[in-house]
Design a binder for this molecule. Structure first.
Ligand SMILES: Cc1cc2nc3c(=O)[nH]c(=O)nc-3n(C[C@H](O)[C@H](O)[C@H](O)COP(=O)(O)OP(=O)(O)OC[C@H]3O[C@@H](n4cnc5c(N)ncnc54)[C@H](O)[C@@H]3O)c2cc1C
Length: 460
C-alpha cells in the first residue's frame, strides 16, 4: 500500500509567527524539528511503505557508482534491507565533502575543516568498495568499465555520481585561478573554498566592484550564488567598505529562482534591501584574469566586457562525462539532455529497468540538493527492493528540495518546495520568505548532523 507520509504542519500558520516564539521555545521545537527535518524530506518527498521493512533474501549483485551523499545513503540503507546481496560501491574519492558548508567556507565565515570528512567513516563494512572511477556504462550487457579497465557486472545498478563542474565552458577559466586575480568560486573543493575566501575577504576590506554570476542550466544548490552575493554584501557592511562598493548579480534568464514566491521576493529584495543590481539575460563567455575583466553575452547588449575587483563565478554544470556519453542519458533534444534518464517519481531508468538514479545526476525537473538526495534515497532503495522481491515499485519522489538561503551571517530563509513548485515548509513557525535567525540556527546546528545521519542511511 502506498501511504502519503503527511505531517500536520505543511502550511505556515500566521498565528504562530516566529516573533511569538522565544529562543528557548525555538530550541525545544527545533529538537522536535530536527526529527521532523530528518523525516522532513522523506515526509514531504517520499511516499513510503508504512509497514516495517524485513530484509529480503537475495543473491543479487548491486553496483552503486558514486560514494557521495546519495551513494553512501543508498549503500547503508540497502545493506539493511537485503539479506545476501553482493553490494559494490565504485568511487576513487577518499575525502567526503559536506558541500552545504562551502558558501560559508568560500567566503571565509567558516573554516575549511567544517566541509571536510572521510568516506571511510560512512562506508558500510558489508560492501566492496572499488577505488576507481567508472569510465564507461554498458547497460545492454549489465556492466560498467572502470578507468583501470576492470569490467564489473551487475544485476542492478544505482548511478549516484553527482555532477561535473564545467569550468571548460568558460574561456580563460580554470579552478586553479580561484583565489587569484579577484576570482572566487565556492563550488569546488574545500581547499579551493579557502582560496575563494581569501579573494572575498580581501574585497570585503577594500571594496570596489563585485560581480556575482548565476550560470545557465541546472546547477546544484541554486541558492549558493545568491548566498555568496548576500554574504559578501554583509561582510562589506561589517568592514565599513560598503559605501565604496557596487555589487551586480547576473542571472542567465529572466528569473532569480525557480520557486515563484522566492523569485518575486528576490527581485525586490536584492536591489531594494541589499543594493545589489540585477542584470537579467547575461551569460559569461570568458574571463581575462590578468586584466580582471569578464566578457558577457547579453540578450540586450550583445557581447561586452566588464572590469571587476571581485568575480564570483560558478561554472555551468552537467552530468559527468561517462554518464552523458552513455546510453543511460536523456537524448539530445530533451529538456534534461545528458542527465540520467530516470522517471521523476520512481527514479527508475525509463529504458533500463534494472537501473536507478539518486542525487544530482538525475534528469528530473527540480532538485540537485542534498535535501533532495535525502528524499530520493528511501525511494530508490524501496523501489529496488520491490523489484528484487518481484513487486511493482511502490515509492514515489515528489521533487522535494530545500535550501537554507543565507542572507547574512546569523540570518537565513528556509526554502522548501516540490515538483509543483509549491512551498512545503517543515516548520510552521518559520515564515519561509522572511530572513531570520531561526533558519540560521538550523543551518549552523541541525543540518550537518541530519546530513551525516543521511549518509548512514538513517532517514525516518
Ligand atoms: C556550494 C554548494 C552549496 C550547497 N548547499 C546546499 C545546501 O545548503 N543544502 C543542500 O541540501 N544541498 C546543498 N548543496 C548540494 C549538495 O551538496 C549536493 O546536491 C549533494 O552533495 C548531491 O549528492 P550526490 O551524491 O548526488 O553528489 P556528490 O555528493 O557530489 O557525490 C558524487 C560522488 O560521485 C563520485 N563520482 C563522480 N563520477 C564518478 C565516476 N565516474 N565513477 C565513480 N564515482 C564517481 C564523486 O567522486 C563523488 O564522491 C550544495 C552544493 C554546493 C556545491
Amino acid at each position: 500500500m502506498i501511504q502519503r507520509n503527511t505531517t500536520s504542519a505543511r502550511q505556515p500558520d500566521p498565528q504562530q509567527g516566529i516573533e511569538r516564539c522565544s529562543r528557548r521555545q525555538f530550541l525545544k521545537l527545533a529538537g522536535l524539528g530536527s526529527g521532523a527535518l530528518a523525516a522532513g524530506s522523506a515526509g514531504t518527498g517520499a511516499l513510503l511503505h508504512s509497514e516495517p521493512a524485513r530484509a529480503v533474501p537475495t543473491s543479487a549483485r548491486i553496483v552503486i557508482v558514486g560514494a557521495g551523499a546519495a551513494g553512501l545513503g543508498c549503500a547503508n540503507r540497502l545493506k539493511d534491507r537485503l539479506d545476501g546481496a553482493e553490494i559494490t560501491v565504485i568511487d576513487r574519492r577518499e575525502p567526503h565533502y559536506y558541500q552545504p558548508a562551502l558558501p560559508l567556507v568560500g567566503t571565509g565565515v567558516w573554516s575549511p575543516s567544517t566541509a571536510k570528512d572521510s568516506n571511510a567513516r560512512y562506508m558500510p563494512a558489508e560492501v566492496d568498495w572499488v577505488r576507481s572511477m567508472v569510465a564507461e556504462y554498458d547497460p545492454d550487457n549489465n556492466r560498467v568499465v572502470t578507468d583501470e579497465g576492470e569490467r564489473i557486472e551487475y544485476d542492478y545498478l544505482i548511478v549516484a555520481t553527482g555532477l561535473e563542474l564545467r569550468f571548460d565552458q568558460i574561456e580563460g577559466m580554470s579552478p586553479e585561478l580561484i583565489g587569484s586575480h579577484g576570482i572566487a568560486c565556492v563550488y569546488d573543493t574545500p581547499d579551493h573554498g579557502e582560496r575563494s575566501a581569501q579573494a572575498v575577504q580581501a574585497f570585503a576590506q577594500q571594496g570596489g566592484k563585485g560581480l556575482f554570476i548565476r550560470p545557465p542550466g541546472d546547477i546544484k544548490c541554486a541558492g549558493a550564488p545568491l548566498k555568496v552575493a548576500m554574504i559578501t554584501e554583509y561582510l562589506l557592511r561589517q568592514s565599513g567598505a560598503r559605501g565604496r562598493s557596487e555589487l551586480h548579480y547576473y542571472p542567465p534568464g529572466s528569473s532569480m529562482f525557480t520557486q515563484p514566491d522566492l523569485d518575486t521576493f528576490l527581485k525586490d529584495y536584492f536591489p531594494g534591501q541589499r543594493g545589489i543590481d540585477i542584470h537579467y539575460h547575461h551569460r559569461v563567455k570568458g574571463v581575462e584574469p590578468e586584466a580582471q575583466r569578464v566578457t558577457f553575452e547579453s540578450d540586450e547588449h550583445g557581447e561586452y566586457t566588464e572590469p571587476y575587483d571581485l568575480l564570483h563565478i560558478p561554472p555551468p554544470m552537467s552530468a559527468p562525462e561517462p554518464v552523458r556519453e552513455s546510453a543511460l542519458a536523456w537524448p539530445e533534444g530533451e529538456a534534461d539532455a545528458g542527465w540520467l534518464e530516470v522517471d521523476q517519481h520512481s527514479l527508475r531508468h525509463r529504458r533500463y529497468p534494472n537501473v536507478f538514479g539518486a542525487g544530482d545526476v538525475c534528469g528530473v525537473p527540480v532538485s540537485k540538493t542534498s535535501a533532495s538526495a535525502k528524499s530520493m534515497i528511501p525511494v530508490v532503495v524501496d523501489n529496488l527492493v520491490d523489484v528484487i522481491a518481484e513487486r511493482e515499485p511502490s515509492a514515489a519522489y515528489s521533487g522535494y528540495t530545500s535550501c537554507p538561503l543565507i542572507t547574512e551571517v546569523g540570518e537565513a530563509m528556509l526554502i522548501e518546495f516540490n515538483y509543483d513548485l509549491d512551498m512545503v515548509p517543515s516548520f510552521p513557525f518559520i515564515d519561509p520568505l522572511k530572513p531570520q535567525w531561526t533558519a540560521w540556527v538550523m543551518e549552523k546546528w541541525l543540518l550537518h548532523p541530519t546530513y551525516n545521519a543521511m549518509l548512514r542511511g538513517r532517514i525516518s
